[in-house]
Design a protein. Structure first.
Lengths: 163, 255
């Protein structure tokens, strides 16, 4: 009986260790923040183009992470991407004319949503929509714009050179 | 012609064995719920296959992580991005190294123990004696061992990965001087929950496969000293091959 008791205890310890390891992997290694109470509020923003933004990306103000991108959907009526932002309840005095932009962290880093505060006296509340937005910058668009403007210049320059 | 005939016979033997194993798996699955009526037997096997394998899993995990830290640092230093060591190590451990190395160690430590124990029971007629006493050896001996192994393996995988990450951190941050903050924050930024799930799914699958192979080979061992030895060897070899093949299939499915 004593021996089987010892087996029970070590098995229990082993299982506990294994489960702790799984919990550690889920909460500490991933970008998922597990909180027991949901003390945050949600804002939505509509973008023409979100680039490579993904759910779970940080929402930051002046570089400080104040929340996460909760979900990304598509509005079939307005043909725009709908991004839901979950903002931590500690940051509850963001002026309600602040704008949201999609930036890229570093040259190869992931994309995030940056919020620049406005001047309004009133603050955003749960469920509000961010009106002023700036889309993600798509590199191909920039390059093609540059190339076409160059091509236009060349055509203008060519007849001038012939004269 | 002789060679061709031999190959055909080998193929037939292989198919017969595969079929027998599938049937065995079905029987084990059918009997599995009844094992829950006697959880003590399963707990004992979780202890045998899991808790007793813990030391070797933790030691190997630490060294796998430390080697990963050294090699990863050496490679990333060439591109000037040592801070990405955390991301690379975490992803490779979660998705590949953790489950696969744990499964190979598990087959070597726990699989052989299961196979030789069952083989010896077969060789010393203990299984036949049980049948005479109207005790179903499938239910009393095989199913608890299978379930114990299948439960222990994912837990061992998680422990292995955590210890290995600690090893990476030890070498990368403590010895080679990577900044601790960017090591962890880059890791957290890049690793998704689905990556953790992938590792755990692989752990569960390999656990089922390795436990099944071990109890099948042991239960069907020839009742001789040589037969028990052969069953043990086959357990390790087949487990290793099946683990790596399954790993490819699972990776292709989940990528």
């Amino acid at each position: 009986m004593r021996q089987s008791r010892a087996i029970d205890v070590s098995t229990g310890l082993f299982v506990l260790l294994g489960l702790t390891a799984i919990v550690f992997l889920v909460t500490q290694i991933t970008n998922r923040e597990v909180s027991w109470r949901d003390e945050s509020y949600r804002l939505t923003a509509q973008f023409e183009n979100i680039g490579g933004l993904k759910a779970g990306a940080p929402v930051s103000m002046s570089g400080v992470t104040i929340g996460r991108v909760e979900s990304i959907g598509y509005d079939m009526n307005q043909f725009k991407a709908v991004v839901t932002l979950r903002i931590d309840a500690a940051y509850d005095r963001i002026p309600n004319d602040s704008d949201a932009s999609i930036y890229t962290a570093g040259l190869l880093g992931g994309q995030y949503v940056g919020i620049t505060p406005g001047n309004s006296e009133d603050a955003y509340r749960d469920g509000d929509t961010v009106e002023f937005v700036q889309d993600a910058i798509v590199l191909e668009k920039l390059i093609s714009k540059y190339l076409f403007s160059q091509a236009g210049k060349d055509k203008e320059a060519a007849p001038a050179a012939q004269e | 012609m002789g060679l061709l005939g031999e190959m055909l016979r080998d193929l037939r033997d292989f198919l017969a064995r595969l079929g027998a194993m599938t049937r065995f798996f079905g029987q084990v699955l059918v009997q599995s719920p009844s094992a829950l009526l006697r959880p003590r037997l399963v707990v004992e096997q979780v202890y045998n296959t899991g808790a007793l394998s813990l030391i070797i899993i933790m030691t190997c995990g630490l060294f796998v992580g430390m080697v990963l830290g050294l090699q990863g640092h050496d490679l990333l230093e060439r591109f000037g991005s040592e801070e990405a060591l955390g991301v690379g190590a975490a992803l490779s451990l979660l998705k590949e190294l953790g489950p696969v190395v744990t499964a190979l160690l598990f087959a070597g430590r726990a699989g052989t123990a299961l196979a030789s124990e069952l083989g010896l029971m077969r060789a010393t007629d203990q299984l036949s004696a049980m049948e005479i006493m109207a005790v179903d050896p499938m239910r009393r001996v095989v199913v608890p061992r299978f379930l114990g192994g299948a439960i222990a393996m994912p837990l061992l995988t998680a422990v292995f990965i955590v210890i290995a990450l600690f090893g990476v951190q030890l070498v990368g941050v403590q010895f080679l001087g990577i900044d601790q903050g960017s090591f962890w924050s880059q890791m957290r930024g890049a690793v998704e929950l689905s990556d953790v799930n992938e590792g755990l799914i692989k752990g569960v699958t390999f656990g089922i496969a390795c436990s099944l192979i071990a109890v099948f080979e042991g239960y069907n061992a020839e009742p001789t000293a040589e037969g028990v030895g052969r069953a043990t060897t086959r357990t390790v070899v087949i487990s290793a091959v099946v683990t790596l093949v399954l790993d490819y299939i699972l990776t292709a499915l989940m990528l």
